[in-house]
Design a protein around this ligand. Sequence first.
Ligand code: HEC
Length: 139
Amino acid sequence: MRRVKQITLTLLLSGIVSGAWAFSPEGLQQQGPSEEVLAELSGQHLDNPDSIATGRQLFGNTCLFCHGPEGKGARAPSLVTGAWRPGGGNTPEYLYSVVINGRPGTIMGSFRESHTDEQIWQIIAFLRDVSTKIAGEAK
Ligand code: HEC
């Protein structure tokens, strides 16, 4: 009898743990595009003048209010300097994951519903272009 109870409890607990995982930000990320799709999106949009131009407009409509002109920071952090500069440690894929998941508990919301993957990568292309230029000027 005791053993049955133990097994039931174990099953119940593992159910709760895996359920929590499904709702964690990492869990949500798992449901996002595969690595191949992400590689395709970044290849298609980064350094593409059309994507950068469209991304500039999208950024102006949606992100500028908090992240400042050209993403240089305002009430929200800079997205083009520090760890966000090219080679600075924060990858375009990480930027993408923050934008689709948001930062729970802050005013940084999720843009998963309001923007397509295409549009998010156009915004990333714009921010990369700005950060590449800033890095060039600093040399
Ligand atoms: C309502 C204000 C607001 C808007 C609009 C907004 N953000 Fe944010 N964002 C924030 C704040 C505040 C943070 C910092 C959250 C924290 O403390 O972790 C943040 C954080 C981020 C980060 C992580 C920065 C870091 O260094 O860790 C990224 C990337 C980001 N935002 C991208 C965007 C993009 C792209 C858009 C437009 C699609 C956008 N945000 C729109 C307020 C905003």
